[in-house]
Design a protein around this ligand. Sequence first.
Ligand code: UDP
Length: 346
Amino acid sequence: MKGAVLVVGGAGYIGSHMVRQLQQAGYAVTVFDNLTSGHRDAVGSASLVVGDLRHPADLAALFAPPRRFALVLHFAALSLVGESVVEPYRYYHNNVAGTLNLLAAMQAAGVGRLVFSSTSAVYGNPQRLPLDEEHPLLPINPYGRSKRMVEEILADAAAAYGLRSIALRYFNAAGADPAGGLGERHSPETHLIPLILQRAARLCAGETAAPPLQVFGADFPTPDGTCIRDYIHVNDLCRAHLLAAERLLAGACTGAEVYNLGNGAGYSVLEVIAACRRVTGRDIPFTVVARRPGDPPELVAAAEKARSVLGWSPAMPALDAIVATVWAWMEAGRGAQEGRGKGKSI
Ligand code: UDP
């Protein structure tokens, strides 16, 4: 068995995939989650402590001996761009104040290594593409600003206290792990690929009255007018976290490092719909509506730094293959509900 690690937000979409990979790699995993958007059954066999980053007493109990963590991976955050525009206080409270509480509790417990979930939303409207880590950080929504603030705090903490941290700036996490019984399960769902596939599933079930998918804006300065994003499979993201954790544990990270995680290929909303049509064989209807506040036109990663320093390379870069994992997971869930499948629907 390798060391004991803490996964904050380990009941959520990316966190639960991470827990599985850490366990497969031999780590003893404890999850801390407030279960507002995460799911108890997604934690699997890891030990679960239910608590909230906004409550220092919950964190003091979490870090109390005999627990001793070699490293913390921090996934817990509110992460919806549109919601952050209308509820900024809630975003700063959860994402910034909550993380400060976590850092203070880590310091009190003598835990000095952190892998932090950051985002491509820290860049704002691209001044050049693809986006490398040196691109100016000019976020255009409170979600991106909350993550930039934490990155700044981590740099200050490296200088003042010697905290070693790796912030991973994700582009668009997507995909599922049907073999592990894991997928994306937000309520309400707001993400593009699951929303499209939910409609395809309803068409498969014979429901023709479902409202069409809404495409948020077709007047962006992109070839087809819809937003371009770089979709990356959740297991590829998690493999990069594992490499980051190993770098921290080996003592190779000497400050606050940042890495982009993306495939380096951008797909427009219409191209994602086309991929979902290919995978499902369904003609998914959509309608173009107004832009969603806070959406930059194009976000595509340059992830050479993660490749060269962390030794990371994505195993599933093709969009159709990523979509197919989500569709397989949804089909397995439907099968389980109908008493056909073996797996549970998460
Ligand atoms: N999008 C859309 N309709 C939807 C949901 C999303 O057109 O119902 C667009 C959204 O504007 C963005 C892209 O799809 O350009 C990806 O959005 P998502 O919410 O999945 O991820 P985000 O980029 O916000 O992290």
